[in-house]
Design a protein around this ligand. Structure first.
Ligand code: ZN
Length: 514
């Protein structure tokens, strides 16, 4: 570990001691952050139920230590000294970015009282455990008081960090810098206008026969499929590992240690297949950030819309393309023999089977948009209209009816299905759909430069696509904001039009709507 970037290209003997001390300080802080991340990983992947309290205690300690270091007078002193013109002028561009970014975050975090932060971390760990149990028992009442706590903490902390901003806009900005609800309203409305009638048409059309996808699919074989897919798309095992969790996620300790998880349902093989590709997309991003940025605020991508644009590009634009499977469909049939009997065209239709369904993570790419719009509107109701937590399941079910004309039979398949709110991640959900909206734009830019993606995939040249994404997006880590990424890659303002055009072309053909 450690930071391998140097500020001065020459005369290293006059390297600023402030800068050296600052780097040493960052390394120490990184060790605390790494420890708390490792506890988090263990709690999600391995800790037994009775061991959870001990782990919560430890993660609270290490997170609080890291937070104390991130808000200490000593760090403030380094940042002030390095931000002064004379020292700042000696820094290279990367370190200029790091100092500026850290100074901004320092000033924000400093406003959070340490006891409030510590109480928040503890409440967060308890809330995540309560949610797991509530979901398992499908009992919202076990989670409601924790959810209320997380909402109250979020309001209180955002009041400290962003006193001048409207709370929900401040939350959106934390996950996707520069994004606000006015822009999201515009993009989502643009999408709804065409997607509602297109979805209606698709749902009325003839549907694929999914009977061959029912039954038992060996979880061990699914694990092997995951490994095959990760290799195929370019996730490096030498710098990555795989775990099993209730809800798949990706965690990066550095570009050299990136961990993805999955969940294998024995009766839903496509779930782990597409989670493998999705998390693999996040993982490839993290593995390909310039390693010089490791362990700094410029490394690991912290813009969730941009991050989701990569996982969703692999999962949907590539993974749900028929030609993605042409070179590897035989291998899939070897590992999971049921697929050997299914013609590729039937497989292709089933992986794009559009249906009104309850679970976001299992949704097709078209109705998925409505799952996100629902959550976005719920979050606005929570933070703008202050809707009571006890009213939320009802509101959820009403919106499910409005957009997909179905109602969950219980809260486990309704409001309790996702972990985000239990961890206080409010304002995160829109990132998924922003990611898809960006993907429509990347697809245009990529095809203009590399030619038709259909042909590249059919030829088994997916490495060319991964390389393009590495060069255009991944290597920059967090050094470019979402707006800068879109401007650099696509040369235009963000718009939902390319995504709508992609959906329309693909599904009119697949469902023979014309
Ligand atoms: Zn994701």
């Amino acid at each position: 570990m450690g930071i391998s970037v140097h500020i001065l290209s020459s005369s290293s003997n006059c390297m600023s001691t402030i800068f050296d001390d600052f780097k040493n300080y960052l390394e120490k802080m990184n060790r605390y952050e790494r420890a708390s991340s490792l506890f988090y990983w263990d709690m999600r992947t391995a800790t037994p139920k009775q061991g959870m309290d001990g782990m919560i205690d430890a993660v609270t300690f290490f997170s609080s230590e890291a937070f104390a270091m991130a808000t200490s007078d000593e760090l403030g002193g380094y940042l002030d000294a390095l931000a002064a013109p004379e020292e700042f002028g000696k820094l290279d561009d990367t370190w200029k970015f790091i100092v500026k970014r850290m100074k901004r975050e320092f000033d924000r975090d400093r406003r959070i009282p340490a006891d409030v932060y510590e109480a928040y971390i503890r409440a967060q760990a308890e809330s995540e455990s309560a949610w797991e149990e509530a979901k398992r028992k499908s009992d919202y009442s076990l989670f409601a008081p924790h959810l209320k706590k997380m909402i109250d903490f979020t309001k209180e902390i955002t009041g400290y960090t962003d006193p001048d901003k409207e709370i929900y806009d401040a939350l959106l900005d934390q996950y996707e810098e520069g994004m606000d609800s006015a822009t999201i309203d515009r993009l989502f409305e643009e999408l709804k206008k065409d997607l509602i009638p297109l979805t209606d048409k698709i749902l009325r059309a003839e549907q694929p026969d999914d009977s061959a996808f029912q039954g038992y699919f060996d979880p061990d074989a699914q694990r092997k499929v995951q490994m095959m897919l990760l290799d195929y798309i370019g996730f490096r095992k030498s710098a990555g590992t795989v775990g099993e969790t209730e809800h798949p996620f990706t965690m990066a300790f550095s570009s050299k240690d990136v961990r993805v998880t999955n969940h294998y349902y024995e009766n839903m093989p496509l779930s782990s297949v597409f989670s493998a590709i999705h998390e693999g997309g996040h993982g490839i991003f993290e593995q390909n950030v310039n390693p010089d940025l490791d362990n700094t605020v410029a490394g690991s991508c912290r813009y969730m819309g941009i991050h989701e644009s990569q996982s969703r590009f692999y999962e949907n634009i590539l993974g749900r393309n028929r030609n993605f499977w042409v070179p590897i469909y035989g291998k899939l049939g070897t590992l999971l023999p049921q697929f050997a009997d299914i013609p590729l065209d039937d497989f292709y239709w089933e992986i794009n089977h559009v249906r009104a369904s309850l679970i976001r993570t299992e949704a097709d790419e078209v109705t998925y948009c409505f799952h996100i719009i629902l959550r976005y509107e719920m979050e606005k109701a929570i933070f703008r209209d202050n809707v009571d937590v006890n009213e939320l399941p009802k509101l959820w079910n009403e919106k499910m009816q409005e957009y997909l004309h179905i109602t969950p039979a219980n809260d486990a398949e309704g409001i309790l299905q996702d972990s985000h709110w239990s961890g206080g991640s409010f304002g995160y959900f829109p990132s998924y759909l922003l990611g898809s909206i960006y993907d429509g734009m990347y697809l245009d830019a990529m095809e203009a430069e590399l030619g038709p993606v259909d042909e590249i995939l059919a030829d088994g040249r997916i490495a060319e696509i991964t390389h393009w994404l590495n060069e255009k997006i991944h290597r920059y880590g967090s050094t470019r904001t979402p707006k800068e990424v879109i401007a650099a890659v696509c040369g235009k303002e963000v718009s939902a039009e390319p995504l709508v055009r992609y959906f329309t072309k693909k599904y009119e053909k697949l469902y023979r709507l014309k």
